[in-house]
Design a protein around this ligand. Structure first.
Ligand code: BGC
Length: 391
């Protein structure tokens, strides 16, 4: 395989606050994980202790030869009680931003990555009458610490949030077919769209900021005769969220696998199909499909940033195999004119995968007792790709 990337390209690794920081005690998910009747098998607990160990994490990113880092700011820490903004936590996140600058890393900052403050959920969550106003207030509180930041993702995977909401409402705990989710709760989707727009309005106060959101691309692929159904699936679960980005400064693409749609709906892959630790089909072509689909949908004037792509595997050579194939497809799309500005690998660390520690997506493993980080061979391989712009 050989592929070349543009000279100016953001090469990074991504994390999200709840998955790595630890003790996110004021968040809705913490309450959920720790409820006596929680169906989640494992708790986030101390996670990777990145709340304290972020300088070490950033050193690793720099030493690998990457030039950017995607992380999220935790609303539940910044505003642990309604209207009470924590100056100390804001100062913490400012230190992380400056830690990136000090190491020559371009920060890609996400304002909302799945979790909300527990009080926000208790007050009705995204469908409460004042939800969008509350989010706007939070974004306004964060503005001062974004000075100098160029890339800001308002909401991570709004489509996933709205689909998860629908699943929870229906009492479903797991997809019937790997990766295939119910249609989104449209009220939640509409609120997130409004929240994104409100956040962009606030962020416009910072002239350097390019703002956008990140959409989970599910690569719906139709079997013969199922084209219309696949288009319906894509419309409700993905395209309506991409369409919102038509006037944004960029669109974040996140892709892992594909979902095959037959005449009766999603089709479970054959029993012997190769799968990852999340149960998803091993399908590295998902990334190329995702950027091409996104570019067609949002149009050529909205640049793409790959904000997540990676694989849950216990076999690190498989991570190289997957990522190499995904990047080859990405380079092909770029060479054919798709405007992609960077790639953030998911994830920097083996982190808390929303209920379980088993699916390991990390370029770096973390000892859960000592929090010692060990850089995997895949991370060094990826660093080399980043440094040379070639694979
Ligand atoms: C999310 C991450 C998650 C990853 C792998 C994305 O949906 O943004 O938080 O860990 O996929 O499941």
């Amino acid at each position: 395989m050989s592929a070349t990337f543009p000279g100016e390209f953001l090469w990074g690794a991504a994390t999200a606050a709840h998955q790595v920081e630890g003790n996110n005690t004021a968040s809705d998910l913490w309450a959920f994980e720790n409820a006596p009747d929680s169906f989640l098998p494992e708790r986030s607990g101390d996670a990777c202790d990145s709340y304290h160990r972020w300088p070490e994490d950033l050193d690793i990113v720099r030493d690998l030869g990457l030039n950017s880092y995607r992380f999220s700011i935790e609303w539940a820490r910044v505003e642990p009680a309604p209207g009470h903004v924590s100056r100390a936590h804001l100062a913490h996140y400012r230190r992380v931003v400056e830690g990136c600058f000090d190491r020559g890393l371009t920060p890609v900052v996400t304002l909302h990555h799945f979790t909300t403050p527990a009080w926000f959920r208790a007050a009705g969550g995204w469908t409460a009458a004042d939800a969008v106003a509350r989010f706007r207030d939070y974004v306004r509180a964060v503005l001062p610490i974004l000075d100098g930041v160029e890339w800001v993702c308002t909401v991570n995977e709004p489509n996933m949030v709205a689909m998860m909401s629908a699943m929870v409402k229906r009492g479903e705990r797991k997809e019937n077919v790997a990766g295939a989710m119910p249609p989104p709760d449209q009220d939640v989707a509409d609120a997130l769209i409004a929240a994104h727009r409100a956040a962009r309005e606030e962020l416009a106060a910072l002239p350097l900021v390019r703002s956008g959101w990140t959409v989970a691309n599910q690569n719906f692929q139709a079997l013969p005769g199922a084209e219309d159904l696949a288009a319906d699936w894509a419309h409700s679960r993905e395209d309506q969220f991409l369409d919102v980005a038509k006037d944004d400064d960029f669109i974040g693409v996140q892709a892992y696998t594909r979902v095959i749609i037959g005449p009766d709906g999603p089709v479970e892959p054959e029993a012997d199909v190769r799968r990852t630790l999340t149960g998803w089909e091993f399908h590295p072509d998902a990334l190329e499909g995702a950027v091409r689909h996104t570019a067609r949908r949002v149009g050529p004037s909205v640049p793409i940033l790959v904000t997540e792509n990676g694989i849950a595997t216990a076999d690190d050579t498989e991570r190289v195999e997957y990522t190499s194939a995904a990047l080859t497809g990405l380079a092909r799309a770029i060479s054919e004119g798709v405007d992609v500005r960077g790639y953030q690998h998911w994830s920097l660390l083996d982190n808390y995968e929303w209920g379980s520690w088993r699916p390991t997506f990390g370029l770096v493993s973390v000892d859960r007792e000592t929090f010692a980080r060990t850089v995997k061979p895949s991370a060094r391989w990826y660093g080399e790709v980043a440094r040379t712009g070639m694979l």
